[in-house]
Design a protein around this ligand. Structure first.
Ligand SMILES: [Zn+2]
Length: 354
């Protein structure tokens, strides 16, 4: 993968380019191989580089004899969904500004199974958080809010579910504007829950702004400079207490609007965490100059992520339809017959090494 990926070379800049590059499953597989092993095959078992390509397309390690494929050990491990369908799902997921619902994806792909669309989106969501990502820095507002509680009922109506307490942290830019954000479900509003949330998501030494809630009393002892803003004092001054922390207020309302819009509020508390990951991923890339670059980043994360089993997705709760499956949704999309470009990402790799 390139350090400075370039549109038209490392990732498609438009839907036309996307369709021209990835019109076959073989082209998709080669792109994944390039993303995963940009300098050639490296054995995931022993780390030895080199190796042979076997007749069935798999690789064999010269060091330990391990045989593996491009997709083994990634979220595409043992998938029965063609890679062209996966790539289209990933393109829709990455390029739609507010994302796409499972029903929307099922319609876009013209696939018969709502479950397949639902599981693909959940697998994509599960790769969005890099374990080694940087913590927030500078000036950071931290607060909690209740999210969720609207779930699709059996009769298609709304049933009141359980709301979850969610921690929000967002960087405040000078002189104005918001930087990156983080969101996570909290067990409760106690210091025992809030302290780990702050240390996991905010770099020590940063300035942390909170309200006067006692759960934040220990922030300073954790190595942060702490600006506590009292809602009572604001009220006494005749100010709107909600304006004390305008950054987290904005993130909370945007995330709630997104859940109600793209996903029509049909997000169970069991899956709320992964939807919050998706919201944070989108929010932090809201100024990305290219949606194609976001597509590249998602695939890059997907080939670097361990497999996600379907049973792990559904043990939390089974997928539920938010509205009936449209009739005549069966069958696969017709092939998009376009001239096949000769793998531009491979040409760029030759350029770089020369
Ligand atoms: Zn090996």
């Amino acid at each position: 993968m390139a350090d400075h990926p370039r549109g038209g070379r490392d990732y498609p800049r438009s839907v036309g380019e996307f369709q021209a590059w990835f019109s076959t499953d073989a082209a998709c597989l080669d792109y994944l191989e390039w993303l995963r092993w940009p300098d050639g095959f490296v054995c995931p078992e022993c780390g030895v580089a080199g190796g042979w390509r076997l007749g069935d397309g798999r690789f064999m390690c010269p060091g330990c004899g391990h045989r593996t494929s491009v997709t083994a050990g990634t979220i595409f491990d043992r998938t029965r969904t063609p890679l062209t369908v996966w790539f289209t799902a990933c393109w829709e997921f990455a390029t739609a500004k507010d994302g796409i619902s499972a029903l929307g994806l099922q319609r876009a792909l013209e696939i018969g199974s709502y479950q397949t669309a639902w599981a693909m989106l959940h697998r994509l969501r599960s790769v969005l958080v890099r374990p080694e990502r940087d913590r927030l820095n500078g000036t950071v507002e931290v607060d909690e809010t209740y999210i969720g509680g609207e779930e699709a009922g059996l009769a298609g109506g709304r049933a009141k579910g359980k709301k979850s307490l969610v921690g929000i942290a967002v960087e405040i830019n000078e002189p104005k504007g918001l930087g990156r954000c983080r969101m996570a479900i909290l067990a409760d509003g106690s210091a025992a829950s809030l302290d780990p949330f702050v240390t996991a998501h905010v770099e020590p030494g940063a300035k942390v702004i909170t309200d006067a809630w006692q759960g934040y009393a220990g922030i300073k002892a954790l190595g942060y400079s702490h600006d506590r803003r009292s809602q009572r004092a604001a009220r006494a001054r005749g100010e709107d207490p909600a304006r004390l922390l305008p950054g987290v207020h904005r993130v909370a309302s945007l995330s709630k609007r997104w859940l109600l819009g793209t996903h029509q509020g049909a997000v169970g508390s069991a899956h709320l965490a992964s939807y919050l990951d998706e919201f944070v991923f989108r929010f932090n890339r809201r100024r990305s100059r290219s949606r194609g670059l976001v597509f590249y980043r998602v695939l890059e994360l997907a080939v670097g992520h361990d497999p996600v089993r379907y049973r792990d997705l559904i043990t939390k709760s089974a997928p539920r339809k938010v509205s009936p499956t449209p009739p005549s949704a069966r069958g696969h999309p017709p092939s998009i017959d376009r001239p096949l470009l000769d793998r531009p990402w491979r040409l760029s790799y030759l350029d770089n090494s020369g």
